[in-house]
Write a protein that binds this ligand. Structure first.
Ligand SMILES: CC(C)(COP(=O)(O)OP(=O)(O)OC[C@H]1O[C@@H](n2cnc3c(N)ncnc32)[C@H](O)[C@@H]1OP(=O)(O)O)[C@@H](O)C(=O)NCCC(=O)NCCS
Length: 256
């Protein structure tokens, strides 16, 4: 585990486009903050959500809006981003991507399949993971690391681990078809300055061996942001995404 500590306090400056800085060149990330208002969803998107509470609908729509704007920057206007039975977003066929949202922060990232095998991202309020959850989301090595930190920094640190594991899940599931559990991954945190750094990802527990992955993170104001991108040539895809339960069908502008 890294020897430096997460920064204290809640007043760190919000950085516009913070996710874009966490992904490598070739990944387009779009985000929006503030209260999220209901946005226009396509009929297919709206139906894929089924009956959902207004807050869930707002978050879903905000994530889809970010995804549509990211795809538009890749030349695909008005894309429909469906939703699999397993909840993963269904991207236009030449693209991979990921979506994350909280009540007041939404983001999406996309990239071309020729360049990236998969993407994952997550955002959490930095106080999200209280002590009663630590044993559930962290493996013994990670708990040891949390224990080395000043008491006031431990919740932020645990939230970082949680967020990174959510991002890794969103990346690995569409890529390899693995439903990782929190005890299947061990993260080694390395700081690069006070508020950001990398996480080396190791498979452990009952999970099949994972290819080497590195996630990146940043504490940004009230939030922790995590992102992982797998280059297309990183490792052979063990399972074609098309073999997953839903077909990758959605799209616009002739992209299939
Ligand atoms: C799927 C999961 C990671 C989503 O995370 P979350 O914090 O609940 O929600 P977020 O707002 O961050 O992200 C939700 C988005 O994740 C995406 N997502 C959901 N399921 C997904 C999947 N199977 N594959 C890829 N992306 C998925 C969706 O885009 C979803 O938003 P949408 O429904 O509006 O389209 C989480 O609900 C979950 O099941 N976690 C348990 C397993 C786990 O995290 N293990 C860690 C192992 S290392």
């Amino acid at each position: 585990m890294g020897s430096e500590h997460p920064p204290q306090g809640q007043d760190h400056r919000n950085t516009p486009g913070a996710f874009a800085a966490l992904f490598p060149p070739g990944v387009i990330a779009v985000e929006r903050r503030g209260d999220l208002e209901p946005e226009a969803l396509s009929e297919a998107e709206s139906e894929s959500l089924g009956r959902a509470a207004p807050q869930r609908r707002r978050e879903f729509a905000a994530g889809r809006e970010c995804a549509r704007r990211a795809l538009a920057r890749c030349g695909v206007e008005g894309a429909v981003i469906g939703r699999g039975a397993d909840r993963r977003p269904l991207w236009p066929a030449p693209f991979v991507g990921s979506i994350a949202h909280t009540a007041e922060y939404a983001a999406a990232a996309v990239a071309h399949r020729n360049d990236f095998a998969s993407l994952g991202m997550d955002v959490e309020r930095r106080e999200a993971v209280g002590e009663h959850l630590w044993r559930r989301i962290a493996v013994p090595l990670e708990l040891d690391w949390i224990g080395t930190l000043p008491v006031g920094e431990r919740v932020s640190a645990a939230t970082l681990l949680f967020s990174a594991k959510e991002a890794i899940y969103k990346c690995v599931y569409p890529w390899l078809g693995l439903r990782l559990g929190f005890q299947d991954v061990a993260l080694e945190v390395r700081f690069d300055g006070e508020s950001a750094g990398t996480l080396e990802v190791r498979g452990c527990g009952a999970a099949p061996p994972l290819p080497a992955l590195t996630a990146r993170f940043r504490w940004d104001g009230r939030y922790v942001l995590t992102a992982v991108a797998v280059p297309a040539d990183a490792a052979p895809c063990k399972r074609d995404p098309g073999e997953l339960t839903d077909e990758l069908v959605q799209g616009a502008g002739g992209h299939r």
